[in-house]
Design a protein around this ligand. Sequence first.
Ligand code: NOJ
Length: 573
Amino acid sequence: MTSPISTSAPSATTSSTGKAVTAQWWRDAVVYQVYPRSFADADGDGMGDLPGVTAHLPYLRDLGVDAIWLSPFYTSPQHDGGYDVADYTDVDPRFGSLADADEMMARAHELGLKVIVDIVPNHSSSEHVLFQEALAAAPGSPERDLYMFAEGRGVSGELPPNNWTSIFHGPAWTRITEADGTPGQWYLHIFDTSQPDWNWKNPRVHELMQDVLRFWLDRGADGFRVDVAHGMVKPEGLPDATVNAEGLIDIPEGEVPVYFDNDGVLDIYREWRPILDSYEGDRMMVLEAWIPEHRLPLYIGDEKAHQSFNFGFLQARWGVETMRAAIEKPLALADAVGSPTTWVLSNHDVIRHASRYGFAPDHRFGEGLARDEVPDAELGLRRARAATLLMLSLPGSAYLYQGEELGLPEVSDIPDELREDPAHLRAGVPGRDGCRVPLPWVQDAPAYGFSSTGESWLPQPAEFGPLAVDQQLGVDGSVLEMYRSALHLRRKLQLGVQSEAAGVVFAQTAPDGVLVLDRGDLRVVVNTTSAPVPLAEVTDDQGYEVLLRSVPTGPDGAEQVAADSALWMRLTR
Ligand code: NOJ
């Protein structure tokens, strides 16, 4: 029933340079994303912090992940949850101190966990001292040249330098008032007005960011997640973008706006790679690069970045064809670039997958979940569990987002006045706060154990109570125990490792609506239909042993793959 229509990357033990790759931990790692504001609050101010992370590191070790990635915890006015950095080499007091960062890193290493920190090189905060100095300096000064300042168009510069719009809606340019009180130059901010873009044509910016890398490498960081990794260098002459009939920037399918993915960006990774390589251990970078597929080989490779997020699962709807395509394409690309792919089902920017899967496959998502957009929570979680088992069976590295191991849903009823996402503030869309609600640790504790005082920067909904860690830990069939078992087995069976012997092989024939794939003698079955499927229909008359199911099943279901569920089985051929 199966044939090797899609198999594996080259060898599991050597890279294209012949360097042994078994030591390159990131190639098959499971990385857990910590969104520090919402993970655990040790000082009781309602916002998570680094001591809160440190305190819960044993939980993450026991969960079975290999590494953590922390979203920014640097000094920041928090206009974009810390992705507006005012000082790249210090910790925001809300999150603790540098000493707390050192302690967190040391403890993680003691527990065998790697630590990836976030670097935000496309823009800083408008409160960064260098931006403040640029504002105070004259047009054409070296201070201004660190950022993207330009003269406006029109008779007296009253129009922005070009028609670019911000990812967070509205214009991408803001006009400043010069020191003498007159309306002056404009500065570029691809994101919020509080996030001015650096000018990467200026060598000082290169030096400055290299110093930031060294600062965190010296403190023990094992890697960097690079924010807007395709954004830094803007096209020569800042040309207008093409706009459609509604005046919106026209981005044909598979392309990116004119201000992204310019070739100059590639030089940055060629500069950074030797810096990372000059440190002991395998220091790595993973790019948040939204680029057309054919451009990936330009970013990833031995002298470039190590890996890039593959966001295919964020867009793939529930169904055999969509999910299979979301697996085959990145595997083929991984072969082409010689670096295993990554897998992502959720992160701090998207609607949690337990909610995404609760909508019909043709549902059109906006930015965040609107209050009246109500998913089928039970179905969504059921499918999310299955999708997770599918993802964790695949070779490459998997990135988990805090709370998905508890099956947390997206929260849609946050009062507008409490929302902080700049996209919400600029355009009124629901935005991303719904996936950033603080974690529930203990059902019967203030703020569900998130903070000792009961404070929480976003309100936690009542549904979070029964999903708290203490309600799931050690409970057979809970989402948390499913994650723990899957991560344990993934490690034991080395499912993350690409190898000839355990390539991904899809079944050519399978019952309708059922996805079947093999990794050596492990068979993964995802039943996307709403009816159970007899195991006999997916075992090719071979002996088998079920290793793990995404949902518990009673004696009646023992010989079936339940509706909207997945399982891992060992075939005894
Ligand atoms: C991508 C980050 O993931 C997102 O949270 C942030 O708003 C933008 N980059 C801008 O830094």
